[in-house]
Write a protein that binds this ligand. Structure first.
Ligand code: ZN
Length: 170
């Protein structure tokens, strides 16, 4: 199996950020690992889809909150690695062996054909990312307690609710 160009396995920060005025906002993922940092610029739709898909995955994976994680720290990127790029492709999944979630991001400008950066995070870090990401993309709209999607003024049809009710959930 080809290895990613860089891997972040000692994450101390994994956080979505936004800058700029409403309608003109830009979005990025800011990740600190050991002595390294990555700034990964994304489109709002990418961040939104990523958070929703991650939310589904975290609900599917039967997690024991107390179980230990086993990050492959021997794969950590060389010290003081600094990455910054706008990604065109993000993939993610759950690794049964390490009990960790993986996020693979690609730099379209990279000469390598492999994943540019693989980020290893635990479920607590993932949940914090999802919550903040959904909050950022919905920009203040209230969030459904069940599916965590923003509730539109005209109501909300929740995929987690029987009958796909159109009634607003307060
Ligand atoms: Zn809902």
């Amino acid at each position: 199996m080809p290895e990613p160009d860089f891997q972040f396995t000692e994450i101390s920060k994994f956080s979505p950020e936004t800058f700029g005025e409403p309608g003109m906002r830009t979005f990025r993922i800011n990740a600190d690992s050991a002595s390294s940092n990555a700034l990964i610029w994304v489109e709002k739709e990418q961040l939104s889809e990523l958070c929703e898909s991650m939310n589904q995955l975290i609900n599917e994976v039967k997690l024991d909150q107390n179980s230990d994680t086993f990050p492959p720290i021997e794969k950590e990127a060389p010290g003081l690695s600094k990455l910054e790029f706008k990604t065109n492709r993000i993939a993610f999944g759950y690794d049964e062996n390490s009990k960790m979630f993986l996020i693979d991001v690609y730099d379209p400008q990279s000469i390598s054909e492999e994943t540019t950066l693989r980020i290893w995070i635990n479920s607590i870090q993932l949940e914090a990312f999802i919550n903040k990401g959904l909050e950022i993309v919905s920009a203040g709209r209230p969030k459904c307690e069940l599916c965590k999607k923003p509730i539109n003024p005209e109501g909300h049809s929740c995929e987690y609710k029987n009958g796909h009710s159109k009634d607003p959930i307060i």
